[in-house]
Design a protein around this ligand. Structure first.
Ligand code: PAN
Ligand code: ZN
Length: 195
């Protein structure tokens, strides 16, 4: 039988999808190299290897024309003064864009191009963010208590390039200063010309 159109629900209060094909959990121990304070991360991993974020994937074939979908949940927390966040990535197919629709919580999307341009956009419930082609992206939860939850949709063939971010980092990181989020230079960032 041929495949049929389908629906699923994303409902409050938790906004988890009624259908998902994959559930990924990224713990502190999966985040080595991503947070600026490596010592603080090491200590936290030893004490309790907490979940940092989760992704519920609605999988589609990895081809142009399809749309992969998912719900990303970034939990509240910090490593040193840096807020919990996703690893972040570029799409392997750099021309593939992405839609984020924030359902719950407060946070920031940190973005950059390989040429060194950067942007940070605040997220709050009911806000849509369009991630342009070529822009690497990372979700950051800046709330002290609540999960940051977003629906995403991106081209089926996009793929994820994590290596570049693992090697070079994001140009900007988000830290807490006096109870408020602040965007600061990443001491670990390696500019394209030095890579
Ligand atoms: C999202 C992300 C998700 C997890 O579905 O994959 O938020 O972040 P990382 O992939 O950086 O670990 C997306 O942007 N897909 O393209
Ligand atoms: Zn993406």
């Amino acid at each position: 039988m041929s495949e049929r159109p389908f629906t699923y629900d994303i409902k409050p209060p938790d906004f988890l999808p009624s259908r998902s094909d994959n559930h990924l959990v990224r713990r502190l121990s999966d985040m080595k190299g991503h947070f600026a304070d490596a010592g603080a991360l090491e200590m936290m991993v030893t004490e309790a290897d907490k979940d940092v974020y989760e992704v519920y994937e609605i999988s589609r074939p990895a081809v142009a024309g399809e749309l992969r979908q998912g719900i990303s949940v970034v939990h509240p927390g910090r490593v040193g003064d840096e807020y919990f966040m996703t690893k972040g990535h570029y799409h392997l197919v750099m021309d593939d864009a992405e839609i984020y629709y924030c359902l719950k919580g407060r946070g920031l999307m940190v973005m950059q191009t390989p040429e060194g341009e950067w942007a940070v956009e605040p997220l709050q419930p009911h806000r849509v963010l369009y991630v342009l082609p070529r822009w690497g992206h990372r979700l950051v939860n800046t709330d002290a208590h609540e999960d940051l939850v977003a629906f995403v949709a991106y081209a089926g063939d996009a793929g994820h390039d994590y290596d570049t971010i693992e090697r070079c980092g994001f140009r900007k990181i988000v830290v807490e200063r006096g109870g408020l989020p602040e965007i600061v230079d990443n001491p670990r960032w390696i500019a394209a010309k030095e890579r």
